[in-house]
Design a protein around this ligand. Structure first.
Ligand SMILES: Nc1ncnc2c1ncn2[C@@H]1O[C@H](COP(=O)(O)OP(=O)(O)OP(=O)(O)O)[C@@H](O)[C@H]1O
Length: 680
């Protein structure tokens, strides 16, 4: 059905307004949706009211019946600024959602449809409280008659458009972790495991339970299974309200059907499910209880999905027989910008449909969707619960276990680290093997020591940059769902990174140290390794701090090496600290390369003698190690200073990284009720 056909239909249907079927009023609609219309009894599903504990047999909070109401939702985004002379003028704003009001009773699957860019995701995000900061959201969102409160996150789940899962964990491990993290520790482990099994069965994941999630490089579960794992992760907290944005995007028809069937089952079990969807096939359309059709941010239909065809027919637009209603609506409400005429016609059609629906809505809006008092009370109780399900030590233990599993199975970074260490170690060793004890040899040894600092700093930095941003999506999702605090996550990650840094430092030391012929004392070798490991840990923390501060992986990769190069210039090799202008000398003291180089130089040269000066005037002239140390400006530095400096930097960089992560959590747009109240 193309646009031309729609125009024909419209001509046929012009003036059909008088005989149009009326949609039920809001209250009648609630009764219909709850009762005979859909063959369901009002709240007929197994949704027992919360008992005194509010928990089910597994100790998990029972789903609540959620009546969701939105009033006069209006979402606008600024259109940027323009400069007139030296003044900045706003270009105005763009209205993304306009005047959306409706009530959704519990235990229903609401599908939000409309052409691309019509505001489906914005609508679902507005209800879920997940619109990105930067615009204005006005109106009201009521959950069981109450304004969205602290408990909203606890009762709702948000299934992301993108898959955000650890690729090295199996489906079962992913779900076990989510169950342990999202259910309180008062729930016994056996009950949590039973819940995981139940959800695996419910979402048809039994066949894939022991398969790794996978990614572009590692073969894993199918796209549909990944989507269902995403849903399953959210389900483990037993949410009463589920938002699924583009639940079927990127899936083939069969997988899309199975995902939507899962969502429909969840609605049948008493939960309220809101899903945005693009052009569902007719068998998927049959699964919807309620349908909302949006175009240009306005509502063209909201009501029982089964009655949408009749509604549009009553407006003069008839869906041909044996035609998928979803395809018909998609053509009907899309703006056709191919030619100016087609655009004008489609705009007129949308205007007409918006006006008709508004007219109907105004007739029905005097009756409010009544919320049973028990539901309101249950919601009030949830609002009073603490937001995090577990205590700090439990979170730490779980995060440590997961980080360890993920890292130990992530072979690629380990292989890259090993290869880098071997290649650079042997190249350095080959270039500088058996350095002579001459003035030139001193230069070579200093060069080797600084190269060791550079290698340790860069390898650890890139290890952080390669892994930390990749986790950001998962961590953001888990933090938005109030799964855990940031500190236990941060500490667990730091601890799990340590073995790789230690292994790398040790391997590099073994290859380079003896071939080059650095200080032969055994203690000096161990100090060399200790210092490069400490430097690696500091550099890793710097990488995390930069990654946390940078908005994207690309920015992190652009900024972090630049920062390291600046710190390298203050490392004491190129310019002695004494020759650096006093105003910028402080940078030296935040440079891990400086402390590492200082430590390695003192470790290598202190107390040693016998380097010849290569002076033609005095062939017996020799240089002592202490003279070399003095020349570099480290003469007055005690050995421990490098250790203390590096330890302070590990702590300092980590504190910065933690603070940035802690305070850079995704900001969501608050709901401003003023305008909504004015209009209400
Ligand atoms: N923060 C923003 N700033 C500017 N424009 C925005 C912003 N958020 C959304 N939009 C615009 O608002 C419109 C609606 O976006 P939204 O993502 O809600 O549409 P959608 O119907 O979900 O689209 P799709 O089906 O393609 O996912 C789009 O044109 C989008 O470009």
């Amino acid at each position: 059905m193309g646009t031309v056909a729609l125009q024909e239909v419209k001509v046929q249907g012009a003036g059909a307004g008088n005989g149009r079927a009326k949609l039920p009023t809001e209250a009648a609609f609630l009764r219909q949706v709850d009762g005979a219309q859909t063959g369901k009894q009002p709240y007929a599903e197994p949704m027992e009211a919360l008992d005194s504990t509010g928990e089910d047999a597994n100790g998990a909070a029972r789903p609540l019946r959620i009546t969701l109401e939105w009033r006069d939702l209006r979402y606008t985004v600024p259109l940027g600024v323009r400069r007139i002379c030296c003044m900045r003028r706003s270009n105005g704003e763009r209205v993304i959602l306009e005047g959306l009001s409706a009530v959704m009773p519990p235990g229903r699957l609401l599908a939000v449809m409309g052409p691309t860019g019509c505001g489906k995701s914005s609508f679902v995000n507005a209800l879920a409280g997940r619109l990105p900061a930067g615009g204005t959201l006005e109106g009201q969102v009521l959950v069981n008659g109450l304004q969205r409160g602290k408990g909203f996150r606890a009762v709702s789940a948000y299934v992301m458009q993108d898959d955000v899962l650890f690729h090295n964990l199996t489906v079962r491990e992913t779900l076990h972790f989510a169950a342990r993290m999202r259910l309180p520790s008062t729930v016994p482990p056996a009950a949590k495991a039973a819940r995981v099994d139940a959800i695996i069965a419910q979402l048809g994941l039994a066949g894939a339970a022991n398969t790794q999630i996978g990614n572009a490089f590692v073969r894993g579960v199918s796209g549909g299974e990944r989507k269902r794992v995403n849903i399953a992760v959210e389900l483990l907290a037993n949410p009463s309200l589920i938002f699924a944005d583009e639940a079927t995007s990127g899936l083939d028809a069969f997988q899309a059907q199975s995902v939507m069937e899962s969502l429909s089952q969840l609605a049948k079990s008493g939960r309220s499910v809101l899903a945005t969807i693009h052009q569902p096939r007719s068998s998927v359309f049959q699964l919807f209880d309620l349908l909302m059709v949006l175009s240009e941010g306005q509502m063209l239909y909201y009501g029982p999905a089964a009655e949408a065809v009749a509604w549009f027919a009553s407006c003069g637009f008839h869906c041909p027989e044996h035609y998928n209603p979803a395809d018909f609506f998609a053509d009907l409400v899309a703006r056709d910008r191919r030619t100016p005429d087609a655009d004008a016609t489609s705009q007129q059609r949308i205007k007409l449909l918006v006006a008709r629906f508004k007219e109907h809505h105004a007739e029905g809006s005097t009756e409010e969707g009544a919320v049973p008092q028990a539901d309101e009370l249950a919601m009030q109780r949830v609002n009073e619960r603490p937001p995090f399900p577990n205590r700090w030590p439990v979170e730490f233990g779980l995060l440590l276990k997961r980080a360890w599993k993920q890292q130990s199975r992530d072979r690629l970074p380990q292989i890259i680290t090993l290869m880098q260490t071997l290649v650079l170690g042997f190249v350095l060793a080959a270039l500088f093997s058996d350095v002579p004890k001459t003035a030139q040899g001193v230069q070579d040894e200093l060069g080797v020591l600084f190269m060791c600092c550079m290698f340790s700093a860069m390898a650890s930095l890139f290890a952080s940059l390669n892994t930390f941003p990749a986790e950001a999506g998962i961590v953001n999702r888990e933090r938005a769902g109030k799964s855990y605090h940031v500190l236990p996550y941060y500490l667990a990650r730091f601890i799990c990174d340590m073995p790789l840094r230690v292994g790398q430092g040790l391997l590099f030391g073994v290859i380079v140290y003896f071939i080059v012929g650095l200080n032969p004392a055994a203690a000096a070798f161990f100090q060399f390794v200790e210092l490069t490991i400490l430097e690696g840990l500091a550099s890793q923390a710097l990488g995390v701090a930069v990654s946390a501060a940078a908005k994207t992986e690309k920015i992190a990769f652009a900024v972090a090496p630049g920062v390291t190069v600046v710190l390298m210039l203050f490392g004491g090799f190129f310019v002695s600290t004494d020759s650096i202008p006093a105003s910028i000398r402080w940078i030296t003291y935040i440079s891990h390369l400086y402390y590492a180089f200082q430590g390695l130089v003192i470790n290598n040269f202190a107390g040693r003698t016998g380097w010849t000066c290569a002076s033609p005037q005095d062939p017996t002239c020799t240089i002592t190690g202490d003279q070399i140390i003095d020349k570099l400006g480290f003469g007055d530095k005690p050995r421990w200073e490098a250790y203390v400096g590096l330890s302070c930097l590990i702590l300092g960089y980590n504190m910065v990284g933690y603070a940035v992560l802690r305070f850079s959590k995704q900001k969501f747009l608050p709901l401003s009720p003023a305008a909504g109240k004015k209009r209400a």
